[in-house]
Design a protein around this ligand. Sequence first.
Ligand code: NOJ
Length: 762
Amino acid sequence: MRLNTVACFLFGILYVANINSQNDISGSREIIQKQVDSLLGIMTIEEKVGQMNLYSGFWDATGPAPSEGNAQLKYKHIEQGLVGGMLNVRGVRQVKAIQKIAVENTRLGIPLIFGYDVIHGLKTISPIPLAESASWDLDVIETSARIAAIEASAFGINWTFAPMVDVGRDPRWGRVMEGAGEDPYLASKIATARVRGFQGNDLSAPNTVAATAKHFAAYGFAEAGKEYNSADISQSTLYNVVFPPFRAAVKSDVKTLMNSFNELNGEPVTASKFLQRDILKEKWNFGGFVVSDWASINELISWGLAKDKKEAAMYAAKAGSDMDMEGYVYVSELAELVKNGVVSEQLIDNAVSRILKVKFELGLFENPYKYCSIENQKNTISLNSKFQDSVLEIAKKSIVLLKNETKLLPLKKEGQKIALIGALANDKNSPLGSWRLAADDNSSVSVLEGMQAYTKNILVYEKGVDLTIGKTHFVKELNINTSDRTGINEAIDLAKESDVVVMVLGEHGFQSGEARSRTNIDLPGLQQELLERVFEVNENIVLVLNNGRPLAIPWAAKHIPAIVEAWQLGSQAGNAIAKVLYGDYNPSGKLPMTFPRNVGQIPIYYNYKNTGRPSNTEDNVFWSHYSDIENTPLYPFGHGLSYTTFKYSNLRLDKNEVKIGNSITVKVDLTNTGEYDGKEVVQLYIRDLYAQNVRPVKELKGFELVSLQKGESKTIEFTLDKSELGYYDNNGVFVVEPGEFKIFIGGSSITSLETSFKLLAE
Ligand code: NOJ
């Protein structure tokens, strides 16, 4: 028997036998560790380093082996056991073909792990993550990740590069579409829900995938919102804002973390021992592995830290980057660095042991092809109607009603003539958003299609102006239309003779996402002009926004009576929007990120610090403000209206003083005082009034999504204890200081009710 067959057989049998005989989790962890250790014991240094090497897909793996170039090199490396995983290999046939080489041709037959950017769905596309976060509904967010995992695993994938848990305060940064917004508390809850959704309860089940919390760390703070830029932030921000969602993901047993492209306070993150070893692996006891971002190890040279690939490999490996994504640096340099004594073999063993452990946990040693059923792929990935229903639910819940001043919404279901205007209204591609690598182009339901289902009104459509010119998919930069006005007059004519105008405007789906930073976050191209021209002839406008980031739309906010934030809602976008417009779903979403009045206000976020001069008590100019615009945002974090109204009353505490270590209960009554059944996200914020480190004016510390029929009241209860009332000092120590705290409760970060209590020393 060849050694590979021996190894696979031996480890597979051991695994099954041991797992079957021991259900206890810590027991099975120990067993896995033993298996990993024995495998490590028979590996050469080259094979070990090979496990730390991750390649991107390269050729049609079901055809003949490549005969030249890069693809041939990768192929050879797989055969030689010098590859630990692959990304971007699409579909069961390809995965199976490549896995076969690793399992059958290499000396030890160690299976590969297959990763892919399944960010908001594989074929069935959920709303972009920022939109989903606007639902504040952790169950649907978990469901969304679950669906993605089911489809991804049926596609041969066992590892997703999601969730992105970077807190983002700068809407210029295109990747805010991929995250959960600006708040660490909300982002932490969402991180947990997403990790649970992807990984399920049993990672060895064939329909779960290992998740990746990314990008560790502070990528969301790339200066000026410019992609791949430096981040320069305080320890306080790092510990209190950036870390919490990563910490939550680690607590939820996320299997991998990805490091990031940025440098942090002078140190490229990929080479940061502080982040990857001291914090993550030691302080947080993270047991999985860290994957680099795409060639981020090589970028240590561009940053000016390493002078060549050898040094880059050394810095990254020593810092705790366990796997090299498409950088070719570990595979070419690490073995020699170990042989020369520059990098210790123990350190390599640590990295490899982490990687093998995840492979064991995924059950890949037991069956390397467990994700490789053509039959299952066919049955699962078929724009499955059950999943379509689920993503429709998620999409409806992600919509945020920003404004509804003249009660233009919900639309009447009959007897009206409605003009639908805007190129995005007839777009079946853009609503899929960025990061939808395996989705079929044009597979989304457009707003036009969604509204056509309501047949008792007259619906007329005109694009007005094109948003983009030419190709939009896989282009370097989008070509935004700034000159072609053909269609404006037709749109105006339709608007003139209609009762209501629904205008779908905003960003193209590829205007956000990786490498899509913008300095102007207004309505791109000629859309603002179109909006104003239509408004001149008919003011009854419902503006439906499609966008991957907060937009600055001060003119619209002032003049347009109804504004619906519909983001990029995925496969069922048009149906979800139509249902909300017609009142078949009463909107319940709340903004996970502040909308600024203009770019000059950025960064603007609700949990800012007070400053020494927060208001103009002296009636002079010497206070913290701008002379040309208000301090307040256009729409605050947590904002979102409903077709009904909610009244908050009777905010009360079970005590006015509480000792550190004990908890305090907060209650509030909520009544649906309007004409529709509805849902409200009740939000609880605190303010620590006196502390050694300046504290934010508000911090979200609890929320609950509450359903109320019209006329119904409910009492909502929150409990606060040490974990909500403390903060991290500049040394990363969690401190809880006695003193006075305010509590605010309401339907947005501009809350309606407040009270206070004293926290006493233990
Ligand atoms: C670069 C991105 O930053 C990262 O998030 C992604 O997972 C990798 N590319 C792989 O596609």
